[in-house]
Design a protein around this ligand. Structure first.
Ligand SMILES: Nc1ncnc2c1ncn2[C@@H]1O[C@H](COP(=O)(O)OP(=O)(O)O)[C@@H](O)[C@H]1O
Ligand SMILES: [Mg+2]
Length: 365
């Protein structure tokens, strides 16, 4: 594999607002490689520097220091005129779709081709092909205001693909859409990647978007890359605290302290949360427990698929001989994470329970 976009020690500083305000390090010493033909997710909270990073990649913003390579070309010092040719190989889609209100669907998709000087008959054929590809061939004569958000984003995607870009930059492209429409747009992005081979850089603050379509994840915080890697590895074993928080928004399954207390009142057995992954799939957890003559029933949990690989957590109520249970847990702990939370006392009326009452047995020395 080869990198289609490479950043080497790239920083972008903005002057602070108001006199004496410190400079804003929007992007701070970032190095990364985007492999050709992959879907990469750039994730982080608002203000992390994600949009600035994509604007650096398409040359809308110039770096303060470092080097940026796009399709093998060093764009760091390119004059504006030459940047335009680099940009023509990059499609861009936006959160608010950015369609021209005064033009029809056809006119919006045709626009970049007109600007690029395509002849009329070629434009017509290409636009029809694109509208068909994104599934809105019947909407060609409509105006954007008469389309749903999902349809407008399809127009935006068709427009971005018009010039056969090798790279597609999607900045929060599903953040304005409802969950169902988001899912449709994500499926479309995945199809573009698979059928056209387009490299896609997805900027998002939503981890479920990453779970659905990204091959690799780059986690940003305060302008820096704090973690990156294959999506499954980052989800299964997040290293930084902020990545862990992000992952927990898309992989559910661990009961909170309130839920645990409620579960404990109805399930008298030992409550144990077991990590489910490729290294410890549900059937092998079940057979390990059975080997040790421990009965188990699932009382809470969530198991999902990431890059076609299983991942999640199941909380079991275990019943049987205490020593058998201990031996079974020790056995399981060799391949996966085991949490046996201490169930705190119910909070007295009007006070909230301190977090420390939810201890994880697995983290004790
Ligand atoms: N043109 C600009 N001038 C000054 N500050 C900016 C500019 N663009 C972005 N910033 C600042 O840079 C930081 C990163 O912004 P941005 O890249 O938009 O983050 P994100 O897309 O992750 O929300 C923020 O603190 C933002 O206020
Ligand atoms: Mg942004």
């Amino acid at each position: 594999m080869s990198a289609i976009v490479s950043l080497r020690n790239v920083s972008k500083h903005f002057p602070g607002q108001g006199s004496g305000a410190p400079v804003v390090r929007a992007v701070d010493d970032v190095s990364l490689d985007v492999e050709k033909g992959t879907v990469v997710g750039i994730v982080g909270y608002s203000g992390a520097g994600k949009s600035t990073l994509v604007r650096l990649i398409n040359g809308l913003e110039r770096q303060s220091s470092g080097r940026i390579f796009v399709q093998g070309r060093d764009i760091s010092e390119l004059p504006e005129r030459e940047l335009r040719s680099v940009r023509s190989g990059i499609g861009m889609i936006f959160q608010q779709f950015n369609l021209l209100k005064s033009r029809t669907v056809f006119g919006n998709v045709a626009y970049p081709l007109k600007v690029a000087g395509w002849p009329k008959d070629k434009i017509k054929a290409r636009v029809e092909e694109l509208l068909d590809f994104v599934g809105i061939a019947d909407k060609a004569t409509r105006y954007p205001r008469r389309l749903s958000g999902g349809q407008q984003q399809r127009v935006g995607i068709a427009r971005a693909l018009a010039n056969h870009p090798d790279i597609l930059l999607a900045d929060e492209s599903t953040s304005a859409l409802d969950p169902e429409t988001t899912q449709e747009v994500l499926l479309l992005l995945r199809r573009i990647n698979q059928e056209l081979g387009t490299t896609i850089i997805v900027i998002t603050h939503e981890m479920h978007v990453v779970r659905e379509i990204c091959d690799t994840v780059v986690m940003m915080e305060s302008g820096r890359v704090v973690e990156s890697g294959p999506t499954y590895s980052v989800f299964a074993d997040p290293r930084s605290e902020s990545t862990r928080r992000f992952v927990s928004t898309a992989v559910h399954g661990t009961p909170g302290p309130e839920t645990l207390r409620r579960l404990a009142t109805v399930h008298p057995g030992r409550l144990v949360s077991v990590g489910i992954s490729e290294a410890s799939p549900t059937h092998s957890v079940a057979s390990t427990l059975a080997q040790h003559r421990v009965s188990a029933s699932v009382v809470f949990g969530g198991v999902t698929e990431i890059q076609n690989r299983v991942l999640g957590t199941l909380t079991y109520e275990l019943t049987g001989n205490e020593e058998d249970i201990d031996r079974a847990l020790a056995d399981l702990a060799r391949t996966t994470s085991i949490d046996e939370p201490t169930i705190g006392a119910a909070p007295s009326a009007g006070t909230s329970l301190p977090e420390e009452t939810y201890e994880r047995a697995g983290e004790k020395p």
